[in-house]
Design a protein. Structure first.
Length: 71
C-alpha cells in the first residue's frame, strides 16, 4: 500500500484461503482497487517447481497489475 499510494504499481500474492481477508484489508484502507493475485492454497510445503507453476498460471494477471496506470 505504501508504494501504491505513491503511484508505483504493485501486485500482492495471496492464496485463495486469504483472498477474502486481503480484500477486506484493502477496503479498510480505502484501496479497493489494489491488485490481488490469487493462487491456489496451500503453498507452504510445495516443491519450488510446483510453486512456479502456480505463479506461471497467473502471469497474465500479474503483468496486468504491474503495468496498469495508477488511479
Amino acid at each position: 500500500m505504501f508504494f501504491e499510494r505513491r503511484g508505483i504499481p504493485t501486485a500482492t500474492f495471496v492464496t485463495h484461503a486469504f483472498d477474502k481477508y486481503a480484500r477486506g484489508l484493502c477496503r479498510m484502507q480505502g484501496m479497493e482497487a489494489l491488485p490481488i493475485v490469487v493462487i491456489p492454497h496451500p503453498i507452504a510445503a510445495l516443491p519450488r517447481e510446483n510453486l512456479r507453476q502456480k505463479v506461471r498460471a497467473v502471469s497474465a494477471e500479474l503483468r496486468t497489475a504491474l503495468t496498469r496506470r495508477p488511479d
